[in-house]
Design a protein around this ligand. Sequence first.
Ligand SMILES: N[C@@H](CCC(=O)N[C@@H](CS)C(=O)NCC(=O)O)C(=O)O
Length: 216
Amino acid sequence: MKLYYDPASTVCRPILLFLADHDLPVELIHVDLAKQENRAGWYLEINPNGMVPALVDGGFSLTESATILRYFADLAGAAAYPAEARARAKVDEALDWFNTSFYRDHGYGLVYPQILPHYAVLGGADRLAFHAERAAARLDVLDRHMIGDRPFVAGDSLSIADYFGAGLVTMGDMIGYDLLPYPNVRRWLATMAVRPGWDQANAAFHGWRSAVRAAA
Ligand SMILES: N[C@@H](CCC(=O)N[C@@H](CS)C(=O)NCC(=O)O)C(=O)O
């Protein structure tokens, strides 16, 4: 299987962390977003959205990071994507929440317009303030309702929603997002950050983060 990815991508980092924990025969192929390789003709034939990640497994292909995570988890028979219907539905609920409600306001509404030139058009003080307020409300839901006094976002066990959500929430590091008001989120992220594959899976992101901070 070939996974087309960029190591700094918000939605690729969770897959890299999952692969660090699960033994799957995946060949990693770097599609360098900084060089706009995602817009090259050869890549658009693989993913016409011009985005990473994309998976090609023989004649079968998948786009959408959360779907790839689910597929990998099924292939690995991972406990991180439980088979029991209600447990699985709670994981799916958290994945969908991160990918829609949270990502829209925190990622596309707040962080990306401040650090990615091609999203700057979504910036402006009013828009940023609008999304900042909504992102804070989402984080409050994550902190008090999804995590609460539990260790993970979809129950008592590590799930692919934790892999996914940790990638999205840490995107806020790029703009120095203050997680102080969200103690359960900080505790949860600390749990994820000691996973053996964390540093490697996030190395490119941390390099990018240092560069953004140095330029600020
Ligand atoms: N819904 C897609 C979104 C993928 C996505 O946003 N990928 C970003 C990197 S984090 C990308 O490739 N951006 C390229 C661009 O916007 O030109 C998924 O979850 O896979």
